[in-house]
Design a protein around this ligand. Structure first.
Ligand code: DQA
Length: 145
């Protein structure tokens, strides 16, 4: 089972970007934790992709068809704006789980609406970096059933 973990714009700055909201862990340390967690599941592999560009994220989702069994995605700001990413997830018909480090429902009104979440099987929001691990667990269980 192969899972693609996608992170959107500004998440490359984790660690220094508004740590009071997003935590102090860097993206590479989060990816390392995800890799370590993955080792507790037999036969599961993960790969990582981060981009600040909407079109690159769309291209990556399109190319995931046939290569990966599922997607973990934090679309970051594109969560609230991107019909293109929402459409790409639907187009490839791969199960995807949407992750947010912060609780988007307790923040500004414009963050409460996710355009991409309806294309996903579920959303995890507000548990910091552990959200990625929870999302991975849920996606693996979903794919096993
Ligand atoms: C975020 C929430 C988004 O509203 C924001 O634009 C981000 C990060 C989160 O992980 O909490 O960049 O997706």
């Amino acid at each position: 089972m192969k899972i693609l973990v996608i992170n959107g714009p500004n998440l490359n700055l984790l660690g220094t970007r508004e740590p009071e909201i997003y935590g102090s862990a860097t993206l590479s340390s989060i990816e390392k934790e995800i890799l370590e967690y993955t080792e507790s599941f037999k036969g599961v592999e993960v790969e990582f992709f981060q981009s600040n560009h909407e079109g690159e994220i769309v291209d990556k989702i399109q190319s995931a068809k046939g290569l990966y069994d599922g997607i973990i995605i934090n679309p970051a700001a594109y969560t609230h704006t991107s019909v293109a990413i929402a459409d790409a997830i639907k187009a490839v018909n791969l199960p995807a789980v949407e992750i947010h480090l912060s609780n988007i429902n307790s923040r500004e009104d414009f963050r409460k609406k996710s355009i991409t979440a309806p294309s996903c099987i579920g959303q995890i929001s507000g548990f910091g970096k552990n959200g990625y691990l929870a999302g991975l667990f849920c996606l693996i269980k979903h794919l096993e059933n």
